[in-house]
Design a protein around this ligand. Structure first.
Ligand SMILES: [Zn+2]
Length: 108
């Protein structure tokens, strides 16, 4: 059977056409993957920054709470009460100073 040349070239043209389309699709997919990788990297960086920020915020909160707790204890002691574990909440007789309380108040 003899295939007419015209038809043969039409078949090749069809192949080329399909290959070009497939190539274009592959390029498009490649571009999408690149975009996703880039986006993923940006999100990871952003996530990292937020984690860091969150740590800073909770550290500050801890410092603030710590400071408030200390001030609170200080005012209770100044009001004439023990804040130490040994005499916790008891009145300091004649405002006598208590080594245990002071240790709590002035230690870091
Ligand atoms: Zn005390």
């Amino acid at each position: 059977m003899v295939v007419p040349k015209k038809e043969l070239f039409d078949v090749f043209d069809g192949f080329s056409q399909n290959l070009m389309i497939t190539l274009a699709e592959i390029e498009a997919i490649k571009k999408q993957v690149q975009d996703l990788v880039e986006e993923n990297t940006q999100l990871r960086l952003e996530n990292n920054k937020l984690r860091e920020r969150l740590t800073q915020v909770s550290d500050n909160q801890f410092e603030k709470n710590h400071h408030q707790v200390k001030q609170h204890l200080d005012s209770i002691y100044e009001d004439g009460f023990h804040i130490c574990t040994d005499f916790y909440g008891q009145r300091r007789e004649n405002d006598e100073s208590c080594a245990f309380c002071l240790e709590l108040l002035y230690r870091e």
